[in-house]
Design a protein around this ligand. Sequence first.
Ligand SMILES: C[S@@+](CC[C@H](N)C(=O)[O-])C[C@H]1O[C@@H](n2cnc3c(N)ncnc32)[C@H](O)[C@@H]1O
Length: 285
Amino acid sequence: MIRELVPGGSDRISPTAHYTGYVWVRNELSHPALATGAGRLFYNALAPANAASVRLGQPHLEHYLLARHEVIDHLLTEAIEQGSVAQVIEVAAGLSGRGFRFTRRFDDVTYVEADLPAMAERKRRMLRATGEQAATHRVEDIDAMRDSGPGSLADLASSLNQSKGLAIITEGLVNYFDVTSVTAMWARFAHVLGGFPAGRYLSDIHLGSANENRLNRTAVALLSAFVRGQVHLHFTGTADAEAALRKAGFAAATLRRPDEFAGTLPHCTGRSARANHIIAASTAD
Ligand SMILES: C[S@@+](CC[C@H](N)C(=O)[O-])C[C@H]1O[C@@H](n2cnc3c(N)ncnc32)[C@H](O)[C@@H]1O
């Protein structure tokens, strides 16, 4: 259903970018020019399922998205303010407003959003429509699954300043790929980040914990229904995921649950903030 509603949607994952893009705008985390009619349509279509989920004591999809978005923003802000990071590549940025917000807030940060070509082209048009795109902010084509050559992360990163710290972000991506693809992608990220004086990787992830709770299962079921396909739960707990990140080449890796930030970040309370984790990994700094 969703595929047909999105002309030019690049694959089964891309329509979710319209939904999340609409959520960011609704919550003043983005510019109105980054919202689409498809996003509004999906949002309204999912509203009854969301309301039912909350009535059953399960997570609210919008609050869960806001919690993950806030934690990634928070950790990125810290890395920039500490002086470790001055460049960002947001892989699979979709219609997110993060690049727009961060380049307005930090005028010395270079922010490269990257996505599959059709989504990247759409984002370029939408950013132009804001009339407020910073000179330090751009959108590039990328396929996160590509090892080398044009459209690879390595190629994109070679255009950045090798003497300044780099952060790579993925949000709403890793659980759509199988474990082999994800660990290979992490190895590419770690390798590229290793070429910069400081390297940070921030991402959300759902775990298939041994003690997997109903909250996680509900959030995963909502995501699977949305992309009309499988959502992969690669690791059985935080230790497994952290070990896989270190094996991929990161010097340090920690998984944080959004509710650790309760009291600091507005949406990091309640059930919706316990449904997933945020990866904070680094190469060196
Ligand atoms: C769920 S959306 C998330 C968008 C954005 N990060 C957010 O949170 O609002 C997933 C995004 O992944 C992108 N994507 C899917 N496969 C990709 C790939 N192989 N390389 C780069 N981006 C990809 C889609 O085009 C889409 O924009």
